[in-house]
Design a protein around this ligand. Sequence first.
Ligand code: B12
Ligand code: SF4
Length: 506
Amino acid sequence: MVPMKRAGLEGKVVLFYPPYAGPPLGAPLSLLSVAGSLVEAGFQVRLSDNYIDADFERAVLRETADALCLGISILTGPMISETIRVAREVKKLRPEMPVIFGGWHPSLAVDQTLREPYVDAIVRGQGEITFLELVQRIARGEGWHGIAGLSFKDGDQICHEPTRHVANINDLPSPAYDLVDHGLYAAVSGKRQLAYTSSVGCPYQCNYCTDQVFYKRRFNAYRAERVVSDLAELVPRYDITEVPMFDSNFLVDRRRALAIANGIIESGVKFRWDFQASTDFVARMSDDEVALLAESGVWHIGFGTESASRDVLDLMNKRFQTVEQMEEAARKTDRAGIHAVFNIILGYPGETEADRQKTFRIMSDLAKEYSDLSFSPNIFTPYPGIPIWPQLKEMGVREPQSLKEWETFALGVNVLPWLQGEELQRLRRSLEYFLLNNQIRKATKTLPWLRRNIRRVVCAPVRWRIRKNSYSFPWELWLSRTVEKVITHRSLLTGQTLTEREQEVC
Ligand code: B12
Ligand code: SF4
């Protein structure tokens, strides 16, 4: 249902996007989306984003002085620290004003998050309708019982209202893109980006992924015509050059994806765009279809390949994906001139060293074949709510017991009891070789003469080591380290370079 505008209700809502690790990907779509229904219903919305407002704490305190409530969006990890600090400060000044958390972390760790004294309510799952209903109740001075999707404190009691059904995104108001100055984001990131979501949900059930918990495997999408007309309007309006699509698995509906690509070409609006998808969908497309995506501006596709061992893929419940499909995806994207990034998860529970070496070997072979293929390897990190938590607990992983503990947990590889000591050292060593091999492979003519030739000298032994799984006396690493910083770790999801602190994980 599209929320109806109600006459007579007014007031200000403050939304806060706390700092995360990595550069911005345009304005935060999570908060623009919840703002969309509030603006449509007549509320004033102020958004404070650390990326464009260095003094965000002061801005939030100033704006909340006369606001109905404060809403904060959080993911697991570093965003938690400023969230806690700002929410505490706001509560000190205005203890009676509701502070509401939303987004993936609070939705997946509801009770634990709601126990914190500075949190009054959590909007679980999609926020557009639940939050609007809550703000309307706050504006009218009414109680909060009966709002589906809401968990909240009522005195000493914690109340959980029933889960709200996953909304058809066609029935929701559009995100409030006008709420922010996109030029300010461009000034910080150097890119004129606009994040867009054309669908939500993924039909698969990988054991380490919470998409199924959030969207209940209900893929639902805008029709192709809507996506094309939105982009044809938004791109010139904000002078956008790049659109990252935040869909969980963009290619689930192949015909829709191709209609979007065709529509963008026909519209004549030029921009680059990228998305994430599973390899099985690309493998099923023809070469011409993948070429059509490229022609419409697709420059990059992120794939959650994760492992090249059949046994590990089965453990992850990735039965829908074969190693042959990974090869097909690499071949088809390479042929179309699309830059592919294969995410890899290392140290998954049950993965043996032999599985891991197989992954490094197969991925290195693919890299040799397809020059524009990149990898984003990460050591397995258990996020809240992932389906294999019961198994992880049996294997000795301690689940964080407070919101604060999740702040660093996402970065701590030591939490994996099966991956410690020498085995962890060996994993790190083979990972370094794998990354070094890729760096060498990508060495371009633009490199200075000395660096280029040093890379060539170490190239053959590096490949031999990966094939033979032999990493003693790592002279190539010592040599390469003295020449340049070779290891660049990238985020699993965004391909962004991770901070020094995060890099220590791998
Ligand atoms: C884009 C993105 C990011 C970007 C966001 C930047 C930006 N400018 O928007 C950045 C780079 C921060 C990011 C980082 C990470 N991400 Co990320 N990311 C995504 C992605 C692809 C899209 C999120 C999005 O904007 N969706 C569109 C909006 C509209 O949906 P939404 O965010 O869910 O918001 C809705 C609801 O959550 C809710 N809501 C959200 N906030 C609020 C706030 C309030 C007040 C209310 C009421 C409601 C509400 O209402 C919104 C509308 O329905 C999702 C996958 C996905 N398909 O969603 C993963 C995802 C959210 N990320 C994930 C992960 C694992 C990470 C990282 C931990 C990865 C890593 N290795 O570092 C980091 C964590 C942060 C850090 N390191 O500092 C996981 C979830 C993790 C978790 N438990 O929090 C997801 C779900 C991917 C997955 N399937 O595993 N990510
Ligand atoms: S294919 Fe990707 S989005 Fe879908 S369940 Fe698996 S990891 Fe999650």
